[in-house]
Design a protein around this ligand. Structure first.
Ligand code: COA
Ligand code: AMP
Length: 628
């Protein structure tokens, strides 16, 4: 049996023994005796264990003699700076910031919202929260004020941390006005906003604001607070099918156990090696694999403030790999497609020494075989697709650089990760056979690390994930499992789309668009895009008196979505149509429209109300240059 099969067999034989052994990799103040606790459909791992997350992430490496080793390397082509922080430096920065939090009245269990660019202080802030048992909630910088306000209202933080600006190619994003707008919109008002001033654009501070350096100055370094394994470590909001984001809760003990297992067995990492997740701390990939997992196992993590192209060229990733001797790179396929478009022959790679690189991991969206094979030929290392979600917090389907790599099948996301009991079910909850496409579901319990619930919303958790197939967690993805156990992801089964690896809700965009006084109804769908995977396209039906103004209303709608959701929503195309195709019961046929816009085969549902509307939509699409 291979290493992978050994792991699989021991997990299947006894999940509790398997995860108990994995938990031994952490430093516990009280090692748990209750490994898995069940109450109805709600499961908790390591319920009576106690530990400090921050001790496991920083102090124990210093205690073990790794204090001088680089823990965090900040590499910013946006500012032209590279700065390395050792574990000793990290301990100093984090414990002083944690002390400043305590001085400002932040206690264990209090929330701290972090709305920041990719700067070291954002990572210090996340870790300082863990040091004192406060719960951070990081909001991605590409979200606009209203999205930030929703998260502030749900998380009710004591503090909000932000920076004067983020840096996007050709654009400085002033965060302070966005934060002010969010605080005007939110019902909850935090005690204080702490602002990191960046020289590229300084913010005007007002009453209720503190400047970062002054906030930290003179603070007594804080010690690690020991928490229950089941206490919340953070809340990360993710798009749901409506405009209301879901607050995914992560616990301490289960999460760190799973991350530790994954770093060794999935990514094949050892202490002292450099790991780079080219994502953003505002996403789950950033939480788990920029911040928590690499530090947990004593690696060096790279915090990259830049893009795969244009900062300054398509060799940017290869330069970072050489400079920091990166062993594993984790990115989204969209980044490879962007590089491939600018440098199809991969000539920039020849300028750099990539001998440190062992594996390239891809996630966030389906890895198209073309890009996967292109990267494999270019880099000469295994390129591994793997699948997971904000909810799972760590990979659920993949391949095993540490436990023993299985053959890569381009187009498939890989094999199930021990801990995740995958099944493909039809709508009657029946198991489908190999190769048949159905709902991808995971039999309960989920392994450690996955969300135990939604923030202050257990009913919402059950309704969203546990009711569709009783006894299973519904992933929201459709897929199939082949005869060899490889799992392929086909599509979402709901209204979420993936734009450049970013998860977005078309429902949220529809909410913004339907608020326009001239819009009678609308539908937003995700249409295939060669670089970003998908792009949103809005179909709007305008009130009769507004039809002549369709072009200007379209521009207003694009501006509203950017203003209300954020630039990351990337809505660039609005098509005014006379009618939307619907079923007889009034349900808009979004899936059919999506197939038409993508030039795919489709069969209109038997319940369609007026098939002639499909011809009208086809004409609109053809006028707009979509494949027919
Ligand atoms: N703060 C403010 N604005 C942001 C932002 C942030 N943190 N991140 C993105 N934006 C803005 C961008 O500036 C852009 O604005 P624009 O419409 O004015 O150009 C918009 O949001 C869309 O950004 P993005 O999706 O990043 O597209 P892009 O065209 O700028 O870049 C790629 C395309 C492919 C290079 C880029 O999407 C990329 O690197 N993707 C990797 C995906 C990734 O890391 N996914 C995380 C999961 S692993
Ligand atoms: P997020 O919560 O932002 O990580 O988005 C999770 C969703 O992204 C999943 O439910 C999938 O729809 C999609 N996704 C993530 N990784 C993959 C992958 N490797 N292949 C296909 N889809 C993926």
């Amino acid at each position: 049996m291979s290493g992978y099969e050994n792991h699989l067999a021991s997990w299947r034989a006894s999940p509790e023994t398997f995860w108990k052994q994995a938990a031994e990799q952490l430093d516990w103040d009280i090692f748990p005796t209750r490994i898995l606790q069940q109450n109805d459909d709600i499961y908790r791992w390591f319920a009576d264990g106690r530990l400090s997350a921050c001790y496991n992430l920083i102090d124990r490496h210093v205690d073990a003699g790794r204090g001088e080793q680089a823990a965090l390397v900040y590499d910013s082509p946006m500012t032209g700076s590279v700065k390395s922080y050792s574990y000793n430096d990290l301990l100093d920065e984090v414990s002083r910031l944690a002390g400043a939090f305590q001085r400002a009245g932040v206690e264990q269990g209090d929330r701290v919202v972090i709305y920041m660019p990719m700067v070291p202080e954002a990572v210090f802030a996340m870790l300082a929260c863990c040091r004192i048992g406060a719960v951070h909630s990081v909001v991605f910088g590409g979200f606009a004020a209203r999205e930030l306000a929703k998260r502030i209202d749900d998380a009710t933080p004591k503090l909000v941390l932000s920076a004067s600006c983020g840096l996007e190619p050709g654009r400085v994003v002033a965060y302070k006005p966005l934060l002010e707008e969010a605080l005007d919109l939110s019902t909850h008002k935090p005690d204080l906003s702490v602002i990191l001033q960046r020289p590229e654009h300084e913010a005007d501070l007002q009453d209720g604001d503190a400047e970062w350096q002054e906030f930290v100055e003179g603070a007594e370094p804080a010690d690690c607070v020991v928490t229950k394994a089941t206490d919340p470590l953070y809340v990360l909001y993710t798009s749901g099918t409506t405009g209301v984001p879901k607050g995914v809760v992560r616990d301490v003990g289960g999460y760190l156990t799973a991350l530790s297992w994954s770093m060794k067995q999935i990514y094949g990492m050892a202490p002292g090696e450099a790991y780079w997740a080219a994502s953003d701390i505002g996403w789950v990939v950033g939480h788990s694999y920029i911040v928590y997992a690499p530090l947990l196992v004593g690696c060096t993590t790279i915090l990259y403030e830049g893009k795969p192209i244009g900062t300054p060229d398509p060799g940017a990733f290869w330069r970072v790999i050489e400079d920091h001797k990166v062993k594993v790179l984790f990115t989204a396929p969209t980044a490879l497609r962007a590089i491939k478009k600018e440098d199809p022959t991969g000539s920039y790679k020849d300028k750099y020494d990539l001998s440190s690189l062992r594996h390239l991991f891809l996630a966030g969206e389906r890895a198209d075989p073309d890009s996967l094979i292109w990267a494999h030929k270019l880099l000469g290392v295994p390129v591994i697709d793997h699948w997971w979600q904000t909810e799972t917090g760590w990979p659920a389907i993949g391949n095993f650089a540490g436990a023993g790599l299985k053959p890569v099948k381009p187009g498939s996301a890989g094999l199930l990760v021990p801990g995740y009991d995958f099944h493909v079910l039809n709508e009657d909850h029946e198991e489908l056979s190999a190769g048949q496409i159905g709902d991808l579901a995971i039999k309960l319990p989920l392994p450690p690390g996955c969300l135990p619930t939604l923030w202050h919303n257990e009913e919402g958790f059950k309704k969203s994930y546990l009711t569709q197939h009783p006894g299973y967690y519904s992933t929201g993805d459709a897929g199939f499992i082949d005869e060899d156990g490889y799992i392929s992801i086909m599509s979402r089964t709901d209204d979420l789309i993936n734009v450049a690896g970013h998860r977005l809700s078309t429902g949220a965009m529809e909410e913004v668009i339907s608020n326009h006084p001239k819009v009678a109804e609308c539908a937003v769908i995700g249409v295939n895009d060669a670089i970003k995977g998908a792009l949103p396209v809005a179909f709007v039906v305008l009130f009769a008196d507004a039809e002549e103004d369709a072009a200007s209303i379209g521009k207003e709608l694009i501006a509203s979505v950017r203003h209300e959701i954020g630039p990351v929503a990337a809505l660039k195309h609005v098509i005014a149509v006379a009618r939307l195709p619907k079923t007889r019961s009034g349900k808009i046929l979004r899936g059919t429209m999506r197939s038409m816009a993508n030039g795919e085969e489709f069969t209109p549902p038997a319940t369609i109300d007026d098939p002639a509307i499909l011809d009208e939509i086809r004409d609109y699409l053809s006028n707009e240059g979509y494949p027919q």
